[in-house]
Write a protein that binds this ligand. Structure first.
Ligand SMILES: Cc1cc2nc3c(=O)[nH]c(=O)nc-3n(C[C@H](O)[C@H](O)[C@H](O)COP(=O)(O)OP(=O)(O)OC[C@H]3O[C@@H](n4cnc5c(N)ncnc54)[C@H](O)[C@@H]3O)c2cc1C
Length: 427
């Protein structure tokens, strides 16, 4: 093949990128491209992060002799336009799982076939491709995590792909196809790889520390995994066999699990996954607003919500506590909570976000749908010194030790600055 096009979506990397590697092997010239799609709106922080990822990807491609074509519009229309203009024999893309991504793939396949351009999808968004593991008895996907985890551990994982050494663009591509970048240096593949190398030294304490809110010892790789700056398959390979790897691999398996759920149930973002489940909620606008802004009067909940507002990220344990408080204590719809998270999280991801929200709300994959997290007990267990709360709720910064978790015991001076709890059944 003389020319091949690669459409990047959320696989923004050159290492272990099967679509890019296969195209670079098969064709003399490769045209890597990214299309900004106006029908995929993102919050400001995620847009900035994406710009950083693209800047880093463009320079990784330039170092190999190539570059990144960057266009705006409908990805199918633009990809076909570019492929025809350069005479590409094929377009390669990473297979993705959401309803939107799959319909984009179908449209692209049809458009390629009409133009006699070869179309191929490649793995890379998950460790194990969604749909490749199926339960005995003929189901389309695993509905429960534990058997999926067992099958995932026993599965053979694909080989890693080396980053191409050289990328050669066809001659005379229009200048208007390329952008000059000044992206966020904390985003992108280089930052992801540095973060991973630095964090691997903490892997051995991950089993004991990953739930400790104040210690903040999880990898914080989720935004990089979401945008594909880091291959989950490579991450699994880098940690596998090291002390502390098991629980981290388990979290990556949860990620794969929700991806195969979304693959099989594209309505995950809007419809209760569990058939016949109670899915009616209170219309509590003031409570929802107080929750969103971190003013519920329950310190551990407010700390989590304010971490989200300040950093575009929240510790997993705090995500569980805040989501459970909204749905199980305040009785507010998981969709409202999920949408707020999705707007603000740098790692906002349809599969992981709505899969986890439904799990917490009891409409999803939890085998104990009626469980609820007691925020006070969670706070005492996972923030025993109250350090996490004091870090994010400045009104309570002078309350010592774990007393900071008990709103009804706060001194009058703190009560004047901090609201009374919305739901009192948290003791
Ligand atoms: C209500 C709720 C909403 C969530 N929304 C998202 C979201 O939009 N995007 C997102 O990536 N994660 C989401 N999670 C999962 C989890 O909270 C984050 O992945 C994790 O906190 C990211 O931090 P980390 O990279 O330091 O995780 P680590 O503990 O270092 O884990 C490594 C990786 O494993 C994956 N992972 C970890 N926990 C989970 C999990 N429970 N489910 C799926 N994958 C997991 C992530 O990709 C993560 O980066 C949500 C969890 C809850 C309870």
């Amino acid at each position: 093949m003389n020319v091949a096009a690669v459409l990047f979506t959320r696989d923004l990397r050159v290492h272990d990128n099967p679509a890019l590697s296969a195209s670079a092997r098969a064709a003399e010239h490769v045209v890597p491209m990214f299309v900004h799609d106006p029908s995929l709106p993102a919050g400001e922080a995620r847009r900035r992060f994406l710009a950083g990822c693209l800047a880093d990807l463009a320079s990784a491609l330039q170092r190999r002799g190539g570059d990144l074509v960057e266009l705006h519009g409908d990805p199918v229309h633009e990809a076909i336009r570019v492929a025809k203009a350069v005479g590409a024999a094929g377009i390669a893309v990473a297979a993705d799982v959401s309803g939107y991504a799959r319909s984009r793939e179908r449209r692209l396949a049809a458009a390629c076939s009409a133009e006699r351009i070869a179309f191929r999808t490649f793995p890379g968004v998950t460790v194990v491709p969604p749909g490749s593991l199926r339960p005995g008895g003929g189901g389309s996907h695993y509905k429960v995590f534990t058997p999926f985890h067992r099958a995932w551990q026993a599965a053979s994982w694909r080989d890693l792909c080396e980053a191409p050494r050289r990328i050669s663009l066809p001659a005379d591509l229009p200048k208007s196809w390329f952008r000059s970048h000044s992206g966020d240096g904390a985003a992108g593949e280089s930052a992801a790889r540095e973060r991973l190398s630095a964090w691997l030294t903490h892997l051995q304490v991950y089993p004991q520390m990953h739930d400790d809110l104040a210690a903040d010892r999880t990898s914080r790789l989720s935004p990089y995994l979401h945008f594909g700056c880091l291959s989950p398959r490579e991450l699994a390979a880098r940690v596998d066999g090291r002390p502390g790897a098991e629980p981290l691999l388990r979290q990556l398996c949860w990620r794969d699990f929700y991806h195969q759920v979304l693959f099989a149930f594209p309505q995950l973002r809007r419809r209760a996954y569990r058939p016949g489940v109670e899915d009616s909620w209170r219309d509590e606008r003031d409570a929802l607003e107080a929750w969103r802004s971190g003013h519920t009067g329950v310190p551990i909940v407010d700390a989590g919500m304010r971490q989200l507002l300040a950093e575009g990220w929240m510790h997993n344990r705090a995500r569980l506590i805040t989501a459970s408080y909204l749905t199980k204590h305040l009785g507010v719809d998981w969709r409202a909570g999920g949408d707020h998270f999705f707007d603000l999280l740098l790692d906002g991801d349809v599969a992981n976000n709505y899969g986890n929200w439904q799990w917490v709300a009891g409409t999803g994959n939890d085998t104990r749908p009626y469980r609820r997290f007691n925020p006070l007990r969670q706070a005492e267990r996972f923030d025993p010194e109250g350090e996490y709360v004091r870090r994010y709720v400045p009104e309570l910064a002078d309350i010592p030790g774990k007393a900071v978790h008990e709103p009804w015991k706060l001194p009058p001076s703190a009560r004047r600055r901090y609201p009374a709890p919305l739901a009192l059944d948290v003791r």
